[in-house]
Design a protein around this ligand. Structure first.
Ligand SMILES: C[S@@+](CC[C@H](N)C(=O)[O-])C[C@H]1O[C@@H](n2cnc3c(N)ncnc32)[C@H](O)[C@@H]1O
Length: 234
């Protein structure tokens, strides 16, 4: 089923929305505003994705056997927790320390209250680009709308070291990758093309217009309204 088909299937989408809304009550989404985190701190770049896109992603993954999930830039941890609730081994990385702390607190609370199994959701503080990965910058400011904020987060020399070793994972183990765009698509696609295993999928939510090429070993499986994209590594 394509994203368009899924999103025009009212019954299905209504059911998914209902599930998401029920989860929202569990997830105490007030924690975002309380911690001034996802709403935006000085030098911070945060967000939480639209419920339509979450429903669309779930509509695609319903028949998928749960596996490993990684949120590149996990913010307050909401998406990581949602995947853990569905039985996925779920990881997130964020270089914003405030976000990381909020996400950790929220995971601990969800575990304590039995909303997610212990150890299914894990977050690390750090840069999701491995140190040896060359991050391309654009000459065009509009393409790097978050660049100054990213620089403020000490991306290139992150004090926390390697978040992947702290999570105990390698990018080649991840089944489903996800990025809500604050980084140039070119960089995310190259990262996915170089490090993902064959058959892995990337859900990408676009938040600004930038130029990019799709590496030859990736296929665009589907897209929705120029905002949600699903890529697969061949
Ligand atoms: C738009 S938020 C997305 C939050 C969450 N994934 C969601 O969908 O609700 C993007 C996050 O990416 C983080 N981020 C951006 N570049 C990063 C990098 N290179 N390494 C780690 N985190 C990064 C930001 O700090 C921010 O919290």
């Amino acid at each position: 089923m394509t994203l368009n088909e899924a999103l025009s299937d009212d019954v299905r989408i209504r059911r998914l929305w209902k599930e998401l809304q029920e989860e929202d009550r569990i997830l105490d989404l007030g924690y975002r505003t309380k911690n001034n985190c996802v709403i935006g701190t000085k030098g911070g770049i945060h967000g939480h994705n639209n419920v339509v896109f979450q429903a669309a992603i779930w509509s695609q993954l319903e028949s998928y056997p749960s596996g490993t999930f990684l949120d590149l830039g996990s913010g307050g941890g909401e998406i990581v927790i949602r995947f853990a609730r569905k039985g996925w081994q779920s990881y997130g990385i964020d270089f914003c320390f405030n976000c990381y702390q909020v996400a950790q607190e929220e995971i601990a609370r969800c575990e304590e209250e039995g909303h997610i199994p212990q150890g299914k959701a894990k977050i690390a503080w750090g840069n999701f680009f491995p140190p040896e990965f060359p991050v391309f910058q654009s000459q065009d400011r509009t393409e790097d709308s978050f660049r100054k904020d990213i620089a403020n987060h000490l991306r290139d020399n992150h004090p926390s070291g390697n978040p992947y070793s702290r999570l105990g994972i390698a990018l080649a183990e991840i089944d489903v990758w996800y990025h809500y765009q604050v980084e140039r698509r070119e960089n995310i696609l190259r990262l996915f093309a170089e490090y993902a295993k064959s058959g892995a999928e990337l859900f990408f939510i676009s938040s600004f217009r930038d130029t990019f090429t799709v590496p030859a070993n990736l296929t665009l499986e589907d897209s929705f309204e120029g905002v949600l994209f699903r890529y697969k590594k061949s």
